[in-house]
Design a protein around this ligand. Structure first.
Ligand SMILES: [Zn+2]
Length: 283
């Protein structure tokens, strides 16, 4: 039996197993829109392979919050199997949901996980940097492709990492800061290009595949004190910082960047011990 909010459609001909995940963070609504629209279309199509259309975190979606108890998209790292050892009645909501979705991710040949950002941002993809991944990532027309050069736990515990560990190709797409419905339809069109690219069906949408800059994350910035604030209060994803630029003040001390960098994933909970942001360089 399928878990809640997971729809599965099987084509007439054998082919790839594809997962399109939306709203694994409950307040990122665009993914749910795309998943619901595709679920309406798929039964009428003569497509190849099979597709899982998943609302990642339905409870957080209903409450319009990122998560209920813990970030679901940090539970798919190398220690995923440890979750199974937690007694069933002691698992929190996201731990239980991760264990429901894990087997589907493990079976996937391709995953597209749809997000939007909490701060203004251009669209970008997060995935491994190689030909197979880039070929698919470029379908989404990202402004950048971001990959981890440092294998920190937070950077390798998302759904795309789990699919990659099991021999598939996982792509996380951050569709940008969503304010209007037209943007949702644009994302839907890009997802159809992705499904065309993996050979599921010809949706008769224009394929696009161009190169985009690659940003490699080389450092994480940790708050050393509870008095951490960015120098620019309107700091946003992909701000370019020249070598020597004062990024932030931490306990009154300047935090400078050591080389020309792009700021990636700036956080809002800037408490002692938390990650404030990552730094990436263009390869
Ligand atoms: Zn997200």
């Amino acid at each position: 039996m399928l878990p809640d909010f997971v729809r599965h459609f099987k084509g007439k001909k054998p082919g790839p197993t594809v997962v399109v995940m939306g709203t694994i963070h409950g307040n990122e609504r665009v993914g749910a829109f795309v998943v619901d629209m595709l679920a309406e279309e798929m039964p009428d199509l003569n497509f190849t392979g099979e597709i899982y259309l998943i609302i990642g975190n339905p409870k957080a979606y209903a409450h319009n919050v990122r998560y209920m108890d813990s970030d679901l998209n940090r539970l798919f790292g190398p220690d995923y199997d440890e979750l199974k050892k937690i007694p069933v009645d002691e698992r929190n909501y996201e731990q239980s949901r991760a264990l429901e979705l894990g087997p589907i991710l493990e079976s996937a040949d391709f995953l597209l996980d749809l997000h939007s950002t909490i701060r203004p941002s251009v669209p970008f993809c997060y995935c491994e940097y190689n030909e197979l991944h880039l070929d698919l990532a470029f379908c989404m027309e990202p402004k950048y492709v971001v990959s981890p050069e440092i294998r920190l736990p937070d950077l390798i515990s998302s759904t795309d990492n789990m699919v990659d560990r099991h021999g598939g190709i996982g792509i996380t797409f951050e569709s940008g800061w969503h304010q209007d419905d037209h943007a949702d339809h644009k994302v839907l069109e890009k997802v159809k290009i992705f499904l065309q690219k993996v050979g599921m069906y010809d949706f008769a949408v224009r394929p696009i595949c161009e190169g985009q800059p690659h940003l490699a994350i080389y450092e994480q910035v940790i708050c050393e004190t509870d008095d951490f604030h960015f120098d620019n209060p309107d700091v946003s994803n992909f701000d370019f910082l020249k070598e020597g630029f004062v990024l932030a003040y931490d306990g009154g001390e300047e935090v400078r960047v050591k080389k020309d960098s792009y700021l990636v994933f700036p956080k809002t909970a800037l408490n002692k011990g938390n990650i404030a942001c990552y730094l990436a360089y263009q390869k």
